[in-house]
Design a protein around this ligand. Structure first.
Ligand code: CJB
Length: 817
């Protein structure tokens, strides 16, 4: 007998149907006969919200009235993906929705597909934030996600005739957006610019301009927890609407101008991933959402109080800073406490340091934000004062801890130079209780390298929380067939809220019949994906080949170049007759990646991949044995389709550069085998699933360091490995650019003279492991046995476990009673 623990629906099919009819009638103003799938989508979403409303109220009341500290997850990005199916699943209404919609004559999938994906993030960091709010609600922990409701999320990627990336604005709010509840009556004022004056020994900030931060609330229903948390995304509006009335007609057009500037703040998500651009608008965005959130927390937890006792703030909420983007919150809370509530410095500092914690998501030094002090001074003059004072107090404290003057100097929050800079990671480390990395290796490197001086003097601040992913979206919704098989194998569906139960599948890996069922699930998913790729992109994928995916941001350190060079080498082997076509293991390579619009080499790599695809896919000599596809506009939806259909996943970053990775976890949980380096969470995945079930290759962190030290000469590797040489020569000689030798010249020059992430040095090892991969793939039973063991042993990578770790190690709070 199968134990069912999935949430029970609060609604019958008949009630759901009636709810949709009502919404269509009074909300959309259409009859069911006139309605389009998009109308039914909006109506269904509103029905779901309707049935979540009471649980939402109750969660908020219990949070404010109870004695459980809440979590405020401050993040510039929440890459939430489509909402409807996720909400239906978590609230237990999937079947009722399907039946109701079908009863009204609509196809549920078409209805769900009419939802626009809110793409309010760049990649891993934003998707992690979305998984964390899901897990917080599912564990019943009171929490707010605080961020920005960008009007334009990450750009829509297209490819032109030459295979180059074109960025198009993605206006996701073009149609009705039923999930965000705009709450004008709880807006906050956020101010900028101006001067600081002194009056009776007190500093007073006289800002020059203000914007209105309007909260747009998204319900975050927990899976089977009965709790509904809030994701509060701020939208910037102008106050000028109020002022307009005072202008006479001739000034009318001028009067609306400032409105545009104010609203620009939440207009667009910066499309740089791991390379922040020090632009004023970005600092405006950061301050905008953090300042509004801090005021909001005081409003929520101290309702109607003029003189709240804010020394209790750390008992009410703990703020997690998702990377350096919200770190301006530290001086902001200091300002609020000192300037607005009259606390002295020491009390304010005590409250602040107890309230904030900081997660670092990178080791790339260029990705740690550093702001010119002059820019902060212009935009937030009072905050610059406070930051300088924090810096001074901090330096004084350091002097009591060490006599090493150079070390103290290295640790300055505000640098000592002609044009001083503010190092946000240092401010966060000094101003928070805990600092964590996102995988064991990353946290270790953070302590040993990036924040070494800090960890020497404050060892207790540092901890690790390995990332995780939500099994609800990434197994249950993305892979219903595998979910059903897991439930069958375990005799319970409880694994969806306790993912380590997957271990119960380990013995089934010895059962050939079960492994065959598992293989059949993968095959069916591949067929589904082939149909999807045909429908959406016009591609002709052969589901009887190995599906080999590499999906992530396009970045040099992630080394898509390594993958494409290995592929070209294989192509060259076949063309030159070195390898007989009959011996080639049929493989379909699928890339998905966006590059930052200004990232030249990344964009050239995209162009190369597209042109390799064009040449290889059209070459009759290849007989379809090697196929390359690059579906444009990689997003959460595409990930949900592709991950369950993948046999082999690529996690091939240079060791020491990928902080964690979370795609690697999603793939392992969906039964793909990984080829990867010892980097980020790959290390832990390999430990959990077993070295024999993971294709490891490449240099370690220490070897990478030693090679840098010795002096890395990429050209030597080119000369040494004839296959590598053949591949690079093919890129140079115009094979993938209609004979033009210039197209990829900058890429080739970079590989041969710089190759900062040592793609060439790892090429030979990467090529070698391919024969192991292909040998195993020829034995489907053994391949699938290993893939099943990946699923069974990856339960640790649930975001529920990550949140448990945060609760124990950092937040020191728990579920609502
Ligand atoms: N990451 O997505 C981003 N953006 C950044 O600016 C810095 C880091 C990624 O965060 C993920 C979540 O922690 C990590 O898994 C990934 O390795 C990292 O690159």
């Amino acid at each position: 007998m199968t134990e069912i623990t999935a949430p029970k629906s609060p609604v019958t099919t008949a009630e759901f149907t009636e709810g949709i009819r009502e919404q269509l009638k009074y909300g959309q103003g259409v009859t069911p006969e006139q309605a389009t799938p998009a109308d039914v989508y909006v109506a269904s979403s509103l029905v779901v919200r309707h049935y979540l409303q009471d649980a939402w109220f109750k969660t908020q009341q219990d949070m404010v009235n109870g004695h459980t500290k809440a979590v405020g997850y401050l993040s510039a990005e929440f890459l939430i993906g489509k909402q409807l199916r996720n909400a239906l699943l978590n609230a237990g209404m999937l079947d009722q929705f399907d039946a109701a919609v079908e009863g009204l004559g609509f196809d549920p999938q078409t209805v769900v597909d009419s939802e626009y994906e809110p793409a309010l993030g760049n990649g891993g960091l934003g998707r992690l934030a979305a998984c964390y709010v899901d897990s917080l609600a599912s564990l019943g922990v009171p929490a707010f996600g605080y961020g920005i409701q960008y009007r334009y999320g990450i750009f829509r990627q297209e490819f032109d005739e030459e295979g180059r990336q074109i960025e198009k604005p993605e206006y996701w709010l073009a149609n009705d957006e039923p999930w965000g509840h705009v709450d004008y009556n709880r807006s906050q004022k956020v101010s900028f610019g101006g001067d600081v004056i002194e009056k009776n020994g007190k500093k007073i900030w006289k800002p020059a301009w203000s914007v209105r931060a309007v909260p747009v609330d998204y319900m975050v229903p927990g899976y089977a927890s009965g709790r509904v948390n809030t994701l509060r995304l701020w939208s910037a509006r102008s106050y000028d609407e109020f002022d307009l009335l005072t202008f006479n007609k001739s000034e009318y057009l001028d009067a609306v101008k400032p409105k545009v500037k104010a609203e620009d703040i939440s207009k667009i998500l910066y499309p740089e991933d791991s390379t922040p651009e020090g632009k004023q608008l970005r600092l405006e965005q950061q301050y905008f959402f953090v300042a509004a959130s801090i005021q909001d927390v005081i409003r929520v937890f101290y309702p109607g109080q003029d003189k709240p006792d804010l020394t209790t703030l750390p008992e009410k909420i703990t703020f997690q800073l998702n990377d350096t983007h919200p770190v301006i919150g530290i001086p902001e809370l200091m300002r609020v406490l000192i300037d607005e509530y009259d606390y002295d410095w020491d009390t304010a500092w005590d409250i602040t340091t107890k309230t904030f914690n900081y997660t670092c998501h990178t080791l790339l030094p260029e990705a740690l934000e550093v702001w010119p002090a002059s820019l902060i001074g212009e935009l937030l003059p009072r905050h610059l004062d406070i930051i300088k004072e924090i810096n001074q107090h901090f330096l004084d404290e350091l002097k009591t801890k060490t006599r090493d003057k150079e070390k103290i100097d290295r640790m300055r929050i505000v640098t000592n130079e002609e044009n001083p800079k503010v190092r946000m990671a240092y401010l966060a480390t000094a101003g928070g209780s805990h600092v964590n990395g996102v995988a064991e290796l990353h946290s270790q490197l953070l302590k040993d390298v990036t924040l070494r001086d800090f960890s020497d003097l404050y060892p207790d601040k540092f901890t690790n929380v390995t990332n995780g992913v939500t099994p609800r979206r990434f197994i249950r919704l993305a892979n219903p067939r595998l979910s059903a098989l897991i439930t069958e194998g375990l005799g319970t569906d409880k694994w969806l809220s306790d993912l380590e139960l997957l271990e119960g599948l380990v013995p089934l890996a010895k059962d050939d019949e079960f492994v065959k069922k598992f293989a059949a699930v993968k095959q069916a998913n591949k067929e589904d994906f082939a149909a999807y790729a045909k429908r959406e992109y016009g591609f002709d994928l052969d589901p009887n080949t190995m599906f080999n995916s590499m999906i992530k941001r396009l970045h040099e350190y992630k080394r898509q170049a390594l993958k494409i060079l290995a592929l070209i080498a294989k192509y060259a082997d076949i063309k030159s007759g070195k390898v007989s076509i009959d011996d080639v293991q049929p493989r379909t390579v699928i890339f998905g990646a966006k590059a930052a619009p200004g990232y030249y080499l990344a964009k050239l790599t995209i162009q190369l991949i597209n042109n390799v695809a064009r040449v290889v896919n059209n070459d009759p000599d290849i007989k379809g044995k090697l196929q390359v596809y690059y579906p444009w506009n990689y997003n959460v939806r595409l990930a949900q389709h592709l991950i369950p259909a993948t046999d082999l996943d690529e996690q091939i970053s240079q060791a020491g550069k990928e902080a964690s990775g979370t795609g690697n976890m999603k793939f392992a949980l969906n039964g793909a085998l990984t080829v990867g380096t010892l980097d980020g969470a790959n290390v832990e995945i390999r430990e959990k699933v077993g070295a024999e079930n993971f294709f490891l290759f490449g240099m370690t962190v220490d070897e990478v360091e030693a090679l840098y030290e010795k002096g890395y000469m990429p050209a030597e590797y080119y000369e040494r490995d004839p296959r590598l040489k053949a591949a690079i020569d093919m890129v140079s000689d115009g094979t993938f650019s209609n004979g033009d030798r210039n197209t990829y010249a900058p890429l080739v020059a970079d590989w041969l003279t710089k190759d900062w992430f040592m793609t060439l040095a790892d090429f030979t090892a990467y090529s070698k492991i391919q024969s192991d991969i292909e040998a195993l793939y020829r034995d489907p039973l053994e391949w699938n046995r290993k893939a099943l063991l990946n699923v069974a042993n990856s339960g640790y990578f649930s975001s529920d476990r990550s949140i448990q770790d945060y609760l124990e190690r950092i937040w020191h709070t728990g579920p609502l009673a």
